[in-house]
Design a protein around this ligand. Sequence first.
Ligand code: SER
Length: 320
Amino acid sequence: MKNILVIGAAGQIGSELTMELRKRYGNNNVVAAFRKTKPSDDILKSGPFEIIDATNFDQVKNAVKKHNIDTIYNLAALLSAVAENKPQAAWNVGINGLVNVLEVAREYNCAVFTPSSIGAFGSSTPLDNTPQDTIQRPSTMYGVTKVAGELLSDYYFKRFGVDARSVRYPGIISNVTLPGGGTTDYAVEIYYEAVKNKKFTCPLAKGTFLDMMYMPDAINAAIDLMEADPSKLKHRNSFNVTSMSFDPEIIANAVKKEIPEFVMNYDVDPVKQAIADSWPNNMDDSCAKEEWGWNPSFNLETMTKDMLKVIGEKHKKGLL
Ligand code: SER
């Protein structure tokens, strides 16, 4: 029996992951933890929740003790562009929070999933077909926290046997909770703007290729990795995973196929552009495929159809 704690349950990934984990493992076995932003009523009403600040060791420990937790999905983090404005907050949440989680996991024998990111790479990394094991010298605070997080998680595994695992997520595209302050957020916003206004102003330039993934695949990646046979894992923190790679023109054309009157303009944000230029164009995720069977199901076309359908329905109901 699993007892799971999701830290960051109100966030872009946490909000959908919590509901999926409850479906698979039972509503009462998945505790949704959040700090300031309240999650949806769906989350609050369908199972237990705790208000905790991951940077407070006792709060993490008490939640784990109280609910007899054996698995922690540690998702609390600031995204890349916002972290450039708040570097200290990004470090506090990303690293002080993670050290607390890993220490509690060591004491109470919990498995830990902490996402890393394409942001864990930098411009000295080979940016095409980025290998699993390569140079990681990011130039952003977000990336610094992700590399440190990978190292800490591997350290706690090797030194203390904490079952810590992770994936390097690309940009995640979703339709339940909006991301906030990420470089890849444009690939979410484009769908909302296409439905609402039939036009979108893109903050990244033509030709900026980045890895991306649709949320259902991102959730499967986390759960499948945590369910994987540990004897097959040669890597742990952290696996490259990707579903697709595109630039703004390619996603705009995919939207135009469904909404022919859609128009996209550009107004490049220099902070986001510099970050995107330092990240991989496309990662090699063959280790994830070999070691635990990573196999995404959505491509750009199927994701675009689904995004526009779901957001279109919300728009019709006046929910946007
Ligand atoms: N979506 C993240 C960001 O853009 C990348 O991991 O910050």
